[in-house]
Design a protein around this ligand. Structure first.
Ligand SMILES: Nc1nc2c(ncn2[C@@H]2O[C@H](COP(=O)(O)OP(=O)(O)OP(=O)(O)O)[C@@H](O)[C@H]2O)c(=O)[nH]1
Ligand SMILES: [Mg+2]
Length: 417
């Protein structure tokens, strides 16, 4: 038996019907839920105490009774007091977009890191909502601690949650440090990192499989991928890179989640190139682009190399593809499923990573033979001269490579001419 639920939200300049359609997909993705109806109200701001105005709230209550709904879901994150007030008025369980997204993440997380990140985000969400909900927390571990003098049960529960948050933050920190080591290793090897970013369900994992020749097929559920995985891709014209899949973004992605997934999203931060994957078959592409760009900027707002990959063109007619090509100034059109556009995509990646060659002259001390080898392996050495202080190399190579070499040499005297 599925749980019967109703959705509600406000409609204004920032919130459209698309939002509520997306919420329906989210709710259905999160578990065995049957969405029976939607209540919307056009208003610029939510009502402070009940989110909806009185009349609409009564209409929602009538629907709850008529459908015997067991859960109502708000399209926005409700304040803790709104959530309590609505639950009191409707006499049914109330959750919101954030709660649903956190549930989905909790179900999908399957690495130690992912699980910690999700639990952390959930606890931060629960903490301010911990009013008279103390009994539900007993599973957090080892019974309730000893009661301090004059401490209420609620205070004890809050303290427990805070303690657990600290614990999890420490664990996450340890894992992050381990990732740092791995990343440094990769940097030393000078393998460029390319990260896939995009709205959930855009086709990142399918594209990853297509580019790396692996078997895994896409998953129609929202937030199918929660962990990042890196895989090597060899380019036909020589050179290779590591491609990394990442968690998808969504409008109103809970800030607690962005914060705890910061470590995972390091892959985005460290990337030499971001492939922003877009689904051309769903409406509201502009809005989705803005959402993804906002989240990327939240992770790291340095300017970076980005390529837009317009995916799922197999779902459009040739005429529609042609029309898109005219209005979209840049980017590559592909279908991760049929393989259409993949050679063009790889050529473009190659150009961006390797062909954007620059010429510079470097003075490299004899102690840094590693850098000399690196330049011989990955760039074109135009001239070489032995000096008392080191080797002078005139090289032509890709920007990311040369920037890293420069960074490695930045402590030395006169390393750059
Ligand atoms: N028709 C068509 N479907 C595609 C294409 N690429 C992906 N899909 C489908 O779109 C759905 C989502 O694909 P995924 O690769 O899991 O999407 P994702 O971006 O990794 O999603 P999350 O991990 O949830 O963020 C799956 O059902 C795929 O089969 C494409 O080029 N054409
Ligand atoms: Mg995925």
């Amino acid at each position: 038996m599925s749980t019967k639920c109703l959705l509600f939200g406000i409609i204004n300049n920032d919130n459209t019907d698309d939002e509520l359609r997306e919420l329906k997909a989210l709710v259905e993705s999160s578990g065995n839920y049957e969405v029976l109806g939607v209540v919307t109200q056009r208003r610029p701001q939510p009502e402070p105490r009940y989110y909806l105005g009185k009349g609409k709230l009564e209409a929602l209550r009538d629907m709850v009774n008529r459908f015997e709904a067991e859960l109502v879901v708000c399209d926005d994150e409700l304040t803790p007091s709104q959530q309590r007030n609505i639950a009191g008025f409707l006499e049914t369980a109330v959750t919101d977009r954030t709660g649903i997204i956190l549930d989905i993440f909790a179900k999908r997380a399957n690495t130690a890191e992912g699980k910690i990140q999700v639990e952390l985000a959930r606890l931060k969400y629960i903490l301010p909502r911990l009013v008279g909900r103390g009994t539900e927390l007993s599973r957090l571990g080892g019974g309730i601690g000893t009661r301090g003098p004059g401490e209420t049960k609620l205070e004890i529960d809050r303290r427990k949650v805070r303690q657990r948050i600290k614990e999890l933050e420490r664990e996450l920190d340890a894992i992050t440090r381990h990732r740092d080591v791995t990343r440094r290793w990769r940097k030393q090897r000078e393998v460029p990192l390319v990260s896939l970013v995009g709205y959930t369900n855009a086709g990142k994992s399918t594209l990853m499989a297509a580019l790396t020749g692996s078997e895994r097929v896409g998953d129609p559920r929202l937030f199918a991928t929660l962990e990042t995985t890196g895989r090597r891709v060899d380019l036909l014209g020589g050179g290779h890179f590591v491609l990394s899949d990442t968690v998808g973004f969504i409008n109103k992605l809970p800030h607690q989640l962005v914060a705890s997934f910061r470590a995972t999203l390091m892959e985005v931060r460290e990337a030499d190139l971001l492939l922003h994957v877009l689904d051309v078959s769903t409406p509201g592409m502009e809005e989705r682009i803005r959402t993804v760009e906002k989240v990327v900027a939240e992770i790291d707002d340095r300017p970076r190399l980005e390529l837009k990959v317009y995916n799922k063109i197999d779902l459009l007619s040739p005429a529609e593809v042609e029309r898109l090509q005219m209005i979209l100034p840049e980017g590559i059109m592909v279908s991760a499923v049929t393989g259409q556009g993949m050679p063009e995509l790889l050529t473009k990646i190659q150009e961006l990573l390797f062909a954007d060659a620059t010429e510079i002259t470097l003075n490299i001390p004899y102690s840094r033979g590693d850098l000399v080898n690196l330049l011989y392996d990955h760039s074109q050495v135009l001239q070489r001269k032995h000096l008392p202080s080191g080797i002078r190399l005139q090289v032509r190579g890709s920007r990311p490579l040369l920037e890293r070499v420069l960074q490695a040499l930045s402590g030395e005297d006169n390393y750059y001419e």
